[in-house]
Design a protein around this ligand. Sequence first.
Ligand code: AP5
Ligand code: ZN
Length: 211
Amino acid sequence: MILVLLGPPGSGKGTQGALLKSELSFEHISTGDMLRAEVSKKSPLGLKAEEYMKQGLLVPDDLIIAMIKNILTEAPHKNYVFDGFPRNVNQAEAFETMLNTMRLQVDKVFYFDLEDDVIIKRLSGRRVCPKCGATYNIYYQKPKNDTLCDNDATPLIQRDDDKEEVIVNRLRVYKEQTFPLIEYYKYKNKLFVVSADGTQEEVFEKLKSML
Ligand code: AP5
Ligand code: ZN
C-alpha cells in the first residue's frame, strides 16, 4: 500500500508518519529527513540541497525524484508512507509515471488541514534531538527535562528553517506549489481530508479509521 501525507509545514506529517511506522510497520519516507541527513554528512547532494532548505525553498525536482526512484527500485513492494513528497504537480506526475512502470499506484492521500496560527506556533515551538531525531514541542510536547532529549539526554536544537523569517517563506511556497496537489488528488478520487487540529493521538485515530 502506498500512502501520501500532504499538508502545510508543521501540520504533523512527520509525527503521524512515525506513528504509522511504529504502530503499523509502514516504511516512513520523509524527503525532509533524508535531505537533512545529507546536509549533515556534507555530501554533494546535501551541499546543493542546503542552499534551498535554509531559505525555505523547494530543492530541485530532479534531485528529489532520483532519491525516490532509488528507494522504490530497491524495494518496490513494501507498504510505504511518503511524508513531504510529492510537493508539487511536477513531482506528482513523475511519481505516477514511476509507479506505473512498477505496476503500482498511490492508494490514499491524507491532506492535513490546519490553520496558519496553529502552524506557526507548532513550528516555532518545535525542538529536535540531533542524535536520535526525536521531535518535541515547547508548547505541546515538552521533554521531561526542559532542554534535553528523553531518549539520550542530548541537548535539543531548533531547525534552521523553523526561524520566523524562513517559516514565512515555507508557508508561501506551500500555498503556491503544494496546495494545488489537493485538487490534483481530489480529481483522482484519492484525497482524504484529516483535520490536523487535535492531539497526536486523536489525529492518529482519525487516520487509522480512514485506512
Ligand atoms: P520537510 O522536513 O518536509 O518540512 P515540512 O513539510 O515543512 O514539514 P515539517 O517537518 O516542518 O512539519 P510536519 O508536517 O512534518 O510536522 P511535525 O510532525 O514535525 O522539508 C524541509 C525542507 O526540505 C523543505 O523546505 C524543502 O527545502 C526540502 N524538501 C523536503 N521535501 C521536498 C520535496 N519533496 N521537494 C523539494 N524540496 C523538499 O510537527 C511539527 C511540530 O508540531 C512538532 O514540534 C510536533 O511535536 C508538533 N505536533 C505534531 N502534531 C501535533 C499535534 N497533533 N498537536 C500538537 N503538536 C503537534
Ligand atoms: Zn535523542
